[in-house]
Write a protein that binds this ligand. Structure first.
Ligand SMILES: C[S@@+](CC[C@H](N)C(=O)[O-])C[C@H]1O[C@@H](n2cnc3c(N)ncnc32)[C@H](O)[C@@H]1O
Length: 389
């Protein structure tokens, strides 16, 4: 082994020994066709042990392995220079760069650092986070860079799923389940919320789950299932189906984030029919009720103004959804789950099943009155449930 590579490894060993290793990168594959593009190393604290997390960035997936100092040095010895020709060691006081030429000549450059650096043992901190953006699926789903940084255009989406997951956690934590918890994310799209819930429930709450992402677009389902397989995630699967055609045998929790127009109604109907204990929906665009109101021509002082008609239609749509949930014995809350700047579609309907005697005629009357007042023939959720108030 060239002398300078030995020297570089000695610097790594020294930095590890003194807890001065901040991070390390291995890049420039010796073979350009190598599927492994680069490796990122950082110190972590796991169960009080100082280890080194190697994130292997492959062409289409990432893999993380934790090593102790001896294993780390052994692994570096195997990869330098046969797999990688560049390596940079960042310590609290200097950057050490190893460059290997195509002829195998190795050189080392050292640069003192001016700023105050310290070793950051991230692992324990991240364990307490609801969602860890450094997990490989976030990059694969397009939410983060390879290094686990949320990309600029996904900041709002990340905040939405983080808040949503936070609320779901607070709702699920006090609940009692018998064995595996069955969850469906209706209109799961690219799976951001589905993966967030899977991560939260399995990694943070250590629950056994069976999460299905129900999505009508086959291309998405195929792609997401490939990611699930590549990452070896258990208890998570995407199902190609319309919400209306999906009839789970067992369903404890139903969630939906921005399922388009009446797809939210299909989702709520499916949760009610399956007897889900918890239903959490953030509705998307609303068209059906506005069209009914326009058709009836029954405008009042508020709805004669187009923009207020629009807003009133949204409120009526969601009020009737909430009332129908109540009618079926769900204790229902309507709240804003996130600030408007992250999404204007920020209303959340939460229904928790109670043992209350359902089908209260007073609620049925309230729904019927609301419909009559605005000339609404039927709300789509009634239709989906085969009802008419
Ligand atoms: C606005 S996206 C939201 C995706 C995801 N829930 C999120 O918030 O990131 C709505 C998704 O619902 C899917 N969708 C719409 N109607 C559906 C239906 N009836 N059955 C199944 N999926 C549906 C669409 O294909 C789309 O991917």
């Amino acid at each position: 082994m060239p002398e300078n590579i030995e020297k570089f490894l000695n610097r790594v060993a020294e930095a590890a020994e003194k807890s001065a290793l901040v991070k390390m990168t291995l890049s420039k594959p010796a073979d350009k066709r190598d599927d492994l593009r680069n490796v990122y190393v950082k110190p972590v604290l796991i169960k009080e042990k100082r280890l080194f997390a190697f994130t292997y960035h492959y062409e289409r997936r990432d893999e993380v392995k934790n090593y102790d100092a001896a294993q780390m040095l052994g692994t570096l010895r195997e990869m330098l220079p046969s797999r990688f020709q560049n390596a940079v060691l960042f310590t609290v006081s200097e950057d050490v760069t190893l460059l290997v030429s195509s002829k195998g000549k190795a050189t080392i450059q050292t640069k003192q650092v001016q700023e105050n650096r310290e070793q950051n043992l991230e692992h324990d901190k991240q364990k307490n986070r609801l969602i860890n953006p450094a997990n490989p699926w976030w990059y694969q789903l397009g939410l983060t860079t390879r290094e686990g940084k949320i990309t600029a255009d996904m900041q709002h989406k990340f905040k939405q799923i983080y808040k949503y997951a936070e609320i779901v956690e607070s709702l699920i934590k006090p609940m009692k389940f018998n064995g595996t918890v069955h969850i469906a994310d209706m209109g799961a799209g690219k799976g951001y919320l589905t993966f967030a819930l899977h991560e939260l429930l399995t990694q943070r709450l250590q629950m056994e789950v069976d999460i299905k992402g129900v999505e009508i677009r086959p291309d998405l389902v195929l792609k997401i299932n490939e990611i699930i397989k590549a990452d070896g995630l258990k208890g998570l699967e995407f199902v190609e189906s319309s919400i209306e055609a999906y009839h789970p045998e067992k369903l404890d929790v139903l969630i939906a984030l921005h399922a388009c127009n009446t797809a939210t109604d299909d989702a709520i109907a499916s949760g009610i029919k399956a007897g889900a204990e918890l239903i959490v929906c953030a509705p998307c665009c609303h068209k059906q009720i506005r069209q009914e109101m326009e058709r009836s021509g029954r405008f009042d002082a508020i709805t004669r103004y187009g923009i207020f008609l629009e807003r009133q239609a949204v409120m009526i749509t969601d009020t009737i959804r909430a009332l129908i949930l109540e009618y079926f014995g769900y204790k229902t809350q309507v709240m804003e789950f996130i600030e408007m700047e992250h999404t204007p579609k920020n209303v959340l309907l939460v229904g928790r099943k109670t043992s209350k005697n359902a089908k209260d005629p007073k609620i049925a009357q309230q729904i019927a009155d609301l419909k009559a007042r605005y000339g609404i023939e039927s709300h789509y959720l009634e239709t989906a449930l085969g009802l008419k108030f």
